[in-house]
Design a protein around this ligand. Sequence first.
Ligand code: SF4
Length: 225
Amino acid sequence: MNAVPDEAAQASPDRLRLTEIFLSLQGEARAIGWPTVFVRLTGCPLRCQYCDTAYAFHGGQWHDIDAILAEVASYGARHVCVTGGEPLAQKRCIGLLKRLCDAGYEVSLETSGAIDISEVDLRVSRVLDIKTPGSAEVHRNLWSNLALLTPHDQVKFVICSREDYDWARGIVAEHRLTDICDVLFSPSFTQIKPSDLADWIVADRLPVRFQLQLHKILWNDEPGR
Ligand code: SF4
């Protein structure tokens, strides 16, 4: 795919800064296990202490939305996940999501929960993080996003400790999140034992979905897998 020089990119309403596009298996959330094209946009205003995609904070290259759609189509998959970084940090992401939906893909968006989701096409399944105190970015949660959630969306908590679990459980109850959409609890990969989190959920009969990130189990979290 041909990249576009920086100067030209500033003038076009149809270009996005992109870190990578690749085909893999969806490693988490509702579409777990499906062959999926990942479109990873560059940049994120947050700095979660457990971030596993810091390589997407900087760099990347500008690409036309038409070129992104052509590369997505070349993989022949039905599912597309737009991720980052924080993809909504680039406003033109909204247009990319609409174009992907118009093209007939099952589209999901992985977003930090810190940026307004109101303009995201409702055909997109928005996987909205709620940042816990253990993330070091809890102050970035944009709580007004919760009122915009639909049953097509998903909410995700990455749990770093027992304190995080108790906090997340309180947020789920306070906002009745499980009445709105699927709620996902993931262990922070190196910080708590996955079996501890599983035990806490079962003990509390908490109506949330425990998940492990499949791509980390299969490929040890290599970029592009
Ligand atoms: S929001 Fe996502 S990409 Fe940004 S720092 Fe946090 S984990 Fe990393």
